[in-house]
Design a protein around this ligand. Sequence first.
Ligand code: HEC
Length: 221
Amino acid sequence: MQKPIGITSKLLFQLPILISVLGVFYEKNSGTGSDTPPLSASFFQQSLPPVSGFNSFSDTTLLPSSFGFGRPATQAEIDKLDIDVRPDGKGLPTGSGISSRGKLIFDAKCVACHGAGGIGGPNGSLVTTTADAKEKRPEKTIGNYWPYATTVFDYIRRAMPFNAPGSLTNEEVYHLTAYLLNANKLIDEKTVIDAKSLPKVVMPAQKLFIPDDRKGGPEVK
Ligand code: HEC
């Protein structure tokens, strides 16, 4: 085995290049029947002088456990970001909503972009109409394309209104969710939407989606 000779401090700056060149050398020589022994990690450690405190770029044990920046996040800060809602309803907060209250909020905060009753509007319909049912390629909306009702709550809470995301209270989001589900004829106007009832609303589009239950391995392409 040839050792790299005469490593100067200038050469050390070229260490990453050197390592990749040696890596290729290793690749070429291992397992090919050649009698050159493979290069090991200890080869790098033994042959190189220490570089400002640590002598191997792959060895992180010598790094300090903390760099002294920042502070642990508070529970309140984590809760503010940890707002995802799952199809089974996990993550839904307390509170409840009904369609009639949702209509008032919708008319004040959503109608400009999504049209009266959630139909039309510059940023797209949220409600499937009977005319849509006759179309070959109808506009995709909550009623004909969303597989889970809980996503309506999750999406509105995190992203809407577009010009002020995060500004709605959980109660307002429940009312709006009830309104949009009712407008899509998926619940009646009396249904109270909350953490228990929302996951039970079965969306027409659920059957259009196939859960990806592959475990990994060669079948995953
Ligand atoms: C300033 C315009 C604006 C306002 C106001 C607004 N939205 Fe939106 N909305 C958008 C835009 C733009 C999108 C598409 C965003 C994207 O695709 O990333 C969208 C998408 C949506 C979607 C997803 C539609 C789909 O099928 O993909 C829902 C649901 C929704 N908005 C609900 C609401 C509700 C409820 C309100 C009122 C609280 C609201 N929006 C207010 C602009 C707006």
